[in-house]
Write a protein that binds this ligand. Structure first.
Ligand SMILES: *Cc1c(COP(=O)(O)O)cnc(C)c1O
Length: 220
């Protein structure tokens, strides 16, 4: 299948799933995760009309996207990977949404950089729903307090939550938990679901699904 066909098939699956669960298709946005994909594939996705992309590394995102900003004024770039504080300046300059806010120092630095650059980017809090030691994200119980810090101490525009479920768990449990946390904290956006499990994330309220291999094929 071509990349245009992959994208069309994902939108068809979104429509089918939404019909089955009586949800509104326009709620679900597809982030094409272009990390470790080559130029030819990224061009193909753009040619197919796709404009929302995700990257997990700041430097690679610059290589992929900095020169394309001038060509496509409707690009929407999401940072979906861990962010080190020494990369915050570059991240704020390039991305449109930061999905991986997970600690006070980072929240503070993001707010300072956004003020300095005159940018007010929507942010998501990454939640470690599986309580995995090696994974970033705040633990579920800490969400209200961390959110309060982001809003009131930093003035960050937090609009949603993001999670990456543990590989061996049924993902729906984690999606349901993230949905519950978002409701309790009045957050409208939910970034959850990848190539293997986005169809399970849709009935549980996903507003952004992050699909890499399902759009582009296997990574290098
Ligand atoms: C790589 C990545 C994805 C995409 O994964 P696929 O399985 O290729 O769809 C989604 N979210 C995050 C945070 C990623 O790092």
């Amino acid at each position: 299948m071509t990349i245009a066909e992959n994208i069309a098939a994902i939108y068809e699956n979104i429509a089918k799933t939404c019909a089955e669960y009586e949800c509104d298709t326009s709620r679900v946005h597809l982030i094409a995760v272009s990390k470790k994909q080559d130029e030819r594939r990224i061009e193909a996705a753009l040619q197919a009309g796709h404009r929302i992309f995700g990257e997990n590394r700041v430097q690679e995102a610059y290589d992929h996207w900095a020169h394309r900003r001038g060509q496509y004024d409707d690009l929407e770039l999401h940072l979906i990977g861990p962010l080190q504080t020494n990369k915050v300046k570059d991240a704020v300059a390039l991305f449109d949404v930061i999905q991986s806010v997970d600690r006070e120092k980072l929240a503070r630095k993001l707010s300072e950089e956004m003020a300095a650059q005159g940018r007010d980017l929507p942010c998501f809090i990454q939640v470690n729903t599986g309580l995995e030691e090696q994974k970033s994200g705040v633990i579920p119980d800490a969400v209200p307090e961390f959110l309060d810090y982001c809003y009131h101490d930093c003035g960050l525009n937090v609009t949603g939550l993001m999670c990456i479920p543990p590989v061996d768990d049924p993902p729906a449990l984690h999606f349901a938990l993230l949905q519950k946390l978002a409701r309790q904290n009045n957050l409208p956006e939910l970034s959850m679901g990848m190539s293997a499990d986005y169809e399970a994330a849709i009935p549980l309220g996903a507003t952004y699904i992050r699909v890499g291999t399902g759009v582009f094929g296997e990574r290098e």
